[in-house]
Design a protein around this ligand. Sequence first.
Ligand code: F6P
Length: 472
Amino acid sequence: MNAEGQRLVVISNRVAVPKARGAAGAQGGLAGALNSALGERGGVWFGWSGEVDDDPADNVHLHRAEDVTTATIDLTTRELGEYYNGYANETLWPLFHYRIDLARFEQRTGEGYERVNERFATSVMPLIDADDLVWVHDYHLIPLGDRLRERGAKNRIGFFLHTPWPPTRLLTSLPYHERLVRTMLAYDLIGFQTREWLSSFVHYCETELGASVDKCTGTIRFEGREVIARAYPIGIDWDHFQAQGETGEARQAEQRLLASTRHRTGMIGVDRLDYSKGLPERIDGIGRFFDQHPDRTRDLVFIQIAPPSREDVKSYQQIRQVLEQKTGQINGARSEVDIVPIRYVNRGYSHAELYGFFRAAKIGLVTPLRDGMNLVAKEYVAAQDPENPGVLILSEFAGSALQLGCEDDDGTARGAVLVNPHSPDAVASAIARALDMPLEERKSRYEAMIGTVRDDNVQAWTARFCDDLAAD
Ligand code: F6P
């Protein structure tokens, strides 16, 4: 069955109602992707308003606009602490990004997480009609499908995880891991960004739960239920992003960056200020490049745009300090009266401005230590001039590396220059290579990437997921 015509109910932690949007560029890929999915189909988008209200009244705020109704609830201070800052971002996020050293395991926050999932289920249930497709997003809401089933939902319910899924031996360090994963099997369809995260999930289901798995169809059979698990790599909103590139705002941003970098090559990074993004490691790689090529301080300027994120969580406060210190050290050692090698900017920019910055910067540096997908890598490629494209340096541990780091039949590397982000030497030599790369190679690498960036876009992602969800 095709999902067209069926109303969609999307449920995610954040909802991009104007009040909750925050600085552009800080909201991550999820909000943009869902905006576009719902814009096409119409329906309801339910989630947290971004506001805190300690009044216990359980009001749902409804905002009706053309085809999409956004419905939000406020969280109490305690819920915010236990569910969002606590279990979601101090336990699941680090664990899912392979950072068990940063993960905290507290029963109190786990219980708060469960309670907020219950509250989401109770509040959204009256908004779901019998024929709706229900699509739940991300690690904040893993048990939600199960809670909706408990309340009688018979709909087709899908879940998409925007982050990586950790290897089984890492996941088993989570207390009550089995309970969490069992609740996932209440969904009809579970989507992951890449085959790598999918196969870790399947491995867990087989080895820890004893489920039987048909790897051709992705069918997992467990205790009388059948669930499909597949990879659905998310893409960018190509048309929207290209339209942004046509604006005066984008052109001004491009000129602004070009004018300020003059004869130097601009290299850009745009990331939420998050330890998974590998920012201190990136700065170490840049430091290594300048150490190895002291004569090239005047050739390169690095612009790191890093809007702060999850500022109440300690590991995020710490990463910010480390980054400021490392940036300060390199700038102190390498600056001249007229040049500063690293521009470090703690704010977000509009999509149009980012398009302009990406186009002006001849190197895109995207080096997360672990990332579900990373749409910045795709946006960087999408903003390039086909006649004079820049070079994308991409972490081999980003989900997008599976699509953008390709090889020809003869084994020649095409697409992005892939690096191990943990190695400052690897990052330094990739920068040296990108700086000196001839136009012909830049063009052929760009051509190897642009097709997937354009065609495997967010609309195609939504259609694939929703069609599979609608199919019985
Ligand atoms: O992709 C992971 C994610 O948590 C998204 O859900 C979200 O859009 C983005 O990161 C930003 O995070 P937060 O909502 O915590 O600011």
